[in-house]
Design a protein around this ligand. Sequence first.
Ligand code: GAP
Length: 514
Amino acid sequence: MNDLFKKLISHAKEYGFIFPSSEIYDGLSAVYDYGPNGVELKNNIRKYWWDSMVLLHENIVGVDSAIFMHPEIWKASGHVGAFNDPLIDNKTSQKRYRADVLVEEYLEKINQKIEKELSKAAKRFGDEFDEKQFRETNPRVLANQQKKDEIHKRFVTALENNDLKDLKQIILDCEIADPVSGSREWTDVRQFNLMFETKLGSLSEDANSIYLRPETAQGIFVNFLNVQKSSRMKLPFGIAQTGKAFRNEIVARQFIFRMREFEQMEMQFFVKPGEELKWFKSWKEKRMKWHQSLLVDHSKLRYHDHDKLAHYANAATDIEFNYPIGFKEVEGIHSRTDFDLSQHQKFSGKKLQYFDTEANKSYVPYVIETSIGLDRMFLAVISNAYSEEKAPNADGKLEDRLIMKIPPALAPVKIAVLPLVKKDGLPEKARELIKTLQYDHNCQYDEKDSIGRRYRRQDAIGTPYCITLDHQTMTDNTVTVRDRDSMKQDRVLIPELPGFVSEKLSMRKLFEKL
Ligand code: GAP
């Protein structure tokens, strides 16, 4: 873990964003709890997603399906048979790894060697440097590239053929060692199903195993006709859902990036067969715009188109965010053909077809899926927001200022109301002011410590506005409004406050960018 990531994790704990789960019992691996500021930020991100889907599209509606579902659903969806990761144990350290990740990390190391040669050469030759020629002629780069290509080819074939023996052999041939113990004593590779299994009391003895859902999507597919009929939806239309999903991840040590209990925000968009690639392109662009609306620096986002498609997909891309741990997937967009609905038709024996009145025929619609992890989005927002600056204190001396530049409409606390002193009627007036603002905004009252320290506390949680009441307030009914980012202070009449702050705090500004 790099320094920035470590600092972010400790900041998230200190300021009530994220706590390790069950901490007083030494924690539970890859499970986290959201604190008072975390839950507000998470709710706001969810609302921004939900409203940009359901509020802004007349042809998208929502559902909230149960976490427990009939076990046959997971056979139909392919999760019982194929939702596996290949795992391997190290006999010396007794640590468990994902075999594919060990090989990927090894390939990345070779890649880094090549990059190092390239950057050394670029420095040496300056403007004269011809990267293409260097790659084609330098013996060290050529040897590493050849090695990388050979292993990569063998690795992809092993994964495609589910050849676990060869996957282990690659690890042995590459002399990959356990990062903890350095040992090369590996067990065989085994497939490990990621679904959590539990028992449902009321089912008969032989069918009482059910699963905690590993994705929210299937709750949408099995309700396709219920929603279409009850809401009289016509193609193309979408169904959105947010909710918890559970995966027994083998390797989960990247804070809230990979958890065993997490939340998804998914939307399945049902279209006429043959129109799916047009809609895939459209959703790919729309979703990128949504991410961009929250960022000043758009270079922190990129697409990663999939070369190797899942058997049910005919197009797929990820939107990746540049986290402190590098570019990683925050959202997936898939053209899932008619796979899911057809499978549920087959397994349930019930028709899941749409009657197209114009074409006068019934068919199974095709589906475009947009699927984003709420926790990963949360991590993207806080990583992007975390910033260390220098700012002048009351005496004009520069001091450290830690500020969370969260988009104002998503900030956990929108307005801090701060009486300059704890007397002369200022606290009472401050509480009166909160009463007028709290219907629209999450406000926080704070009277402890110097005003400078109170500003720093609010900066550290990303509060866009601090309103200070002073003695002048009692004579002319004005307050100072301090802007988090510019630290500029304006004197504003109390009756004009709601108008002054609301533009920046409302989600409308974000919606207008979509
Ligand atoms: N219905 C499609 C689906 O579930 P996925 O790529 O497996 O696709 C979608 O998951 C999103 O869910 C990912 O882009 C990621 O943001 C989030 N996600 C997946 N596994 C996760 C985990 N273990 N912890 C946190 N977020 C996860």
